[in-house]
Design a protein around this ligand. Sequence first.
Ligand code: PMP
Ligand code: GLN
Length: 389
Amino acid sequence: MGTRPLLNRRLAGMGTTIFAEMSALATATGSINLGQGFPDTDGPASVAQAAADAVLNGRGNQYPPGPGIPELRTAIAEHQQRFYGLSYDPDTEVLVTAGATEAIAAAMFALLEPGDEVIAFEPFYDSYAACIAMAGATRVPLTLRPPSFRPDLDALRAAITPRTRLLLLNTPHNPTGMVLTPEELATIAELACEHDLLVVTDEVYEHLVFHTGHHPIAALPGMRERTVSISSAGKTFSFTGWKVGWVTAAPELVAAVRTAKQYLTYVSAGPFQYAVAEALRLPDSYFADFRADLLRKRDLLADGLSSAGFQVFEPAGTYFITTDITPLGEKDGIEFCRSLPARCGVVAIPNAVFYDDTEAGRSLVRFTFCKQEAVLNEAVERLSKLRAR
Ligand code: PMP
Ligand code: GLN
C-alpha cells in the first residue's frame, strides 16, 4: 500500500466522533451517559404505533419516493405554516433526508465549490467541519465565548470576503444552548443579503427554546430565496434512531440539495416517514409539554452541577448544558471527560472537540439533560463527590 495514508487528506485527523467514543466508554464502564444527546425514554406511543403499523401494513417497506413520501412532505409544510407562518410547496420546496446529518452533508456538497469559504460560529456540531472539508471548502470559524456565547456580529461582518459563499447557522446552538435573538438574526440576514450569501440553518432544536420562542431566519425579508432550513424528528419527537430529517427551501435550493442527497442514501426510513408525518400533526400540547418537561430537567441538572462546583452557563435552548470545570481545579475538558467514568461513573462531552481554536473550549464540558429525573439526580449525586476529594 506504500506510505500514502489511506484516509484522504480532507478527513485527516477527524478520527472517531466524540459521541461514538464517549458512548462506548459509557457502555464499557456502566456509567451514566450524559454525553451523546439521546433521550432515555422514547417518544409518543401513538407515533411508535404508527411506525409499527406502517411496517406491518406494507407502507414504506420498499424504496419510498426520492424526495420523501408526499404525506410527510405535506406534514412538514403544514408544520412550517403552523409554527412560523412560512409557506412551502410540499412538492418543490420540501425534501426528506436521512436525519439532519444527511441534510447538512447534501447542502454542503451541493452548494459549495472547492475554495469557497463557509462562516460558522464555533463551537460547531462535529459534522459541519467534516462536511465542509469533504466539499473541499474552507471553514471560517467565529468563536462564541462564555458566559453568554453571543455571536460577535462585527467579527462576522469583518470575516466576509469575496470567497465567502455560505453562512452555516445553528440556533438553538449545540453545544452552548445559545439562541440567536431576532435582532441578531436580522443583522445576519442583512449581511447575507448585502453580500449575496447563502444561509444553511440547522434548527433541529427548534422546539427546545425555553422562553423566547424559535425564530427561523427564513422568515426574514430577503431570506426565503437564499436559506436552506434543516430540521429533524430525532430531537422533537425523541426518536433519534429513526433518522428522519428534512430541508425546506426555495425550489432551486431544494433541487440542488436533492441532487447531492440522491447519491448519498437516495432514500431512507420508509415506514418511519409515515409515523413522523403523524408526529408533526400532534396537538400544540405535545410540543408545550415536551418543552416544559425539558425545562424542569434543565433546572434540575443546572442546580445540581452548580452545587457540585461546576460553573454553569444556563442554556436558553437545546437539551445541553455547557459548564466550566475550572472551579473544580480542572483545566482540560478532554482529560476530564476521559477520566470521569472511572472517577465517578458519569460520561460527558468535552466542548474542545467542537472548536478549531481548541484553547477557547479547553475547560468547557457539556452535559445533556434529556434523561429521566432519577438518572439526572443520580448523576448529580455522583458528580458532587468530585469536589470532596
Ligand atoms: N445538528 C445538530 C446541531 C445536532 O445536535 C444534531 C443531533 N445529533 C444533528 C444535527 C443531527 O441530527 P440527526 O440525528 O437528525 O441527523
Ligand atoms: N446530536 C447529538 C449530540 O450532540 C449526537 C449525534 C451523534 O451522535 N452524531 O449529542
